[in-house]
Design a protein around this ligand. Structure first.
Ligand code: SF4
Ligand code: SF4
Length: 488
């Protein structure tokens, strides 16, 4: 049974503060690991969050609470702390992977789920840098996913928070609804109303989340639809399904078009079923379990019906979610086996291209490229070598590494919309590291990262050309001039 304490602001004596929660932390923990607390900036910690003022007892119900077995894998060593973006920002134990796992533990033991606890979970970017760093193999991804589902199901968020999340989830996963926005948005962008509003400081007067949404809206160009079937050039080596995505299809159609051309050039027949919808990544990573499951079932039906050998994805977050369908649908007697088999057929674009080996000649592109590992590609899927290999196969192209590559840029799905302050701080940090490479072009595999970094560079008054890896490979295959990437 769920007991909710209080409906308004919580009485002080009933509120467990972060420090109170942290004060009973696991014994023998070092205070700080790898971060100088004098350098840690707490200015954005929990900044501007609308909170509900309630506590839910017990914190977790019986439907897949964070697994005790997985929690017990954590030996509290702290190796993950220096790579955790929120710990790097604030030096706060409860905003580290180890601290969050501890909160899951006390939640299981009967501690209430209150604003403070939810804040620490919400502030996790889900970047999985801790998974890469952890020597004990702690499956933090499964832990935070289970925890977020509990939060979304049980915790009554404040009204403004609910309204903002409803706006996101009623809009972003639905390409038809997004397409309706294109016209008004293009008009807004062409009229330069945004620039004027920015100069007049009007955007700064909006609520932080709405202002972040405005600043992160991509510049809209022409829509480049992908045909339902793109034949392979020369001998067909594979028949692959292509996820066109929801936001990707409407706002980054040029990336999808480039992806289909590159795959076809390397011998793939590319099937992009017109009826496909959202893959459910945004819902899954936000703890909206039922919604994510419903998107996953629809995607499995669509691509199974298309009779494809593999399913190719060009957005890191989507690929990572689709590789988790087996886990997401493990209780579904009809879909469990199909979901597992489906996940095994999912490939990131660079993963598939390297697996196949190039067929189409790559023309020279004498460009210095800074490669940004999107967290859901590098940390969540362990794909780091393949995009570098694919890029280095282009004559004349130099790949430069970005310092602190393991730290998230702050994009993280909807994180830069719901937690705009820490996201901006992480974006600024990443932008400085990108500029330090001296590269001509920033390349990544996730459109969200490109928007986040474009925005961060703008804040510094800097510009840097940016492209998705598919666009760079496409330019090399077509023999396009470097200017087609650098002068956009
Ligand atoms: S997923 Fe990222 S933000 Fe969350 S605890 Fe792990 S390293 Fe920190
Ligand atoms: S999550 Fe892994 S690295 Fe982090 S404290 Fe636990 S065991 Fe150590």
């Amino acid at each position: 049974m769920t007991e909710q304490k209080g409906s308004g602001p919580e009485p002080a004596h009933e509120r467990a503060s972060a420090t109170q929660i942290g004060a009973r932390g696991p014994e023998g923990l070092p205070d700080e690991v790898g971060v100088d607390p004098g350098q840690a900036d707490r200015a954005t910690e929990g900044a501007g969050r609308p909170e509900a003022g309630v506590a839910v007892l017990p914190a977790f119900d019986d439907h897949h609470p964070p697994s005790q077995e997985l929690i017990d894998d954590c030996v509290h060593c702290g190796f993950c702390l220096p790579t955790c973006p929120t710990y790097v920002l604030w030096g706060e134990e409860m905003d580290s992977p180890r601290g969050r796992i501890y909160l899951m533990e006390i939640g299981r033991q009967g501690e209430a789920m209150n604003d403070e606890m939810v804040r620490h979970f919400d502030q996790c970017l889900g970047c999985m840098a801790c998974v890469t760093a952890c020597p004990s193999g702690v499956q933090y991804g499964k832990l935070i996913e289970a925890t977020r589902q509990q939060v979304e199901r049980r915790y009554p968020r404040s009204r403004p928070d609910r309204a903002f999340r409803a706006l996101i989830f009623r809009l972003f996963p639905y390409p038809r609804r997004l397409r309706l926005l294109r016209g008004p948005l293009r008009l807004y962008q062409r009229s330069h109303l945004g620039t004027l509003a920015r100069r007049a400081g009007l955007l700064d007067r909006l609520p932080k989340r709405l202002s972040a949404m405005e600043r992160l809206t991509p510049a809209l160009g022409r829509l480049e639809p992908v045909p339902e079937v793109t034949p392979a050039t020369g001998t067909r080596r594979r028949r692959v399904g292509m996820l066109t995505g929801c936001v990707q299809r409407v706002f980054f159609s040029e990336v999808n078009a480039a992806t289909a051309r590159v795959l076809a050039a390397d011998g793939c027949e590319v099937v992009a079923p017109a009826g496909q919808g959202c893959c459910g990544a945004l819902s899954l990573h936000a703890g909206r379990e039922a919604e994510a499951q419903s998107f996953a079932r629809a995607a499995i039906d669509t691509f199974d019906a298309a009779g494809v050998d593999q399913v190719v994805v060009n957005a890191a977050g989507c690929g990572s979610a689709m590789k988790e369908y087996g886990h997401l649908l493990r209780d579904d007697v009809t879909y469990a086996d199909r979901a597992k088999a489906f996940s095994e057929r999912v490939r990131d674009l660079s993963e598939l291209l390297v697996e196949l080996g190039p067929v189409a000649p790559r023309h020279p592109l004498p460009i210095k490229v800074a490669w940004h590992d999107a967290c859901h590609l590098g940390h969540a899927q362990g794909i780091r070598a393949q995009p570098r290999t694919a890029l280095r196969a282009i004559p004349g192209l130099e790949v430069r590494e970005i310092p602190e590559a393991e730290i998230c840029c702050g994009s993280a799905g909807i994180y830069n919309l719901v937690e705009p302050e820490p996201a901006a701080e992480l974006g600024d940090r990443k932008a400085a590291n990108v500029l330090a490479t001296g590269a001509d072009l920033l390349v990544t595999s996730n459109p969200g990262c490109l928007l986040q970094l474009r925005n961060a560079l703008e804040r510094r008054g800097e510009r840097l050309a940016m492209a998705h890896v598919a666009e760079v490979l496409d330019a090399a295959v077509r023999g396009a001039q470097p200017g087609s990437l650098l002068d956009r």
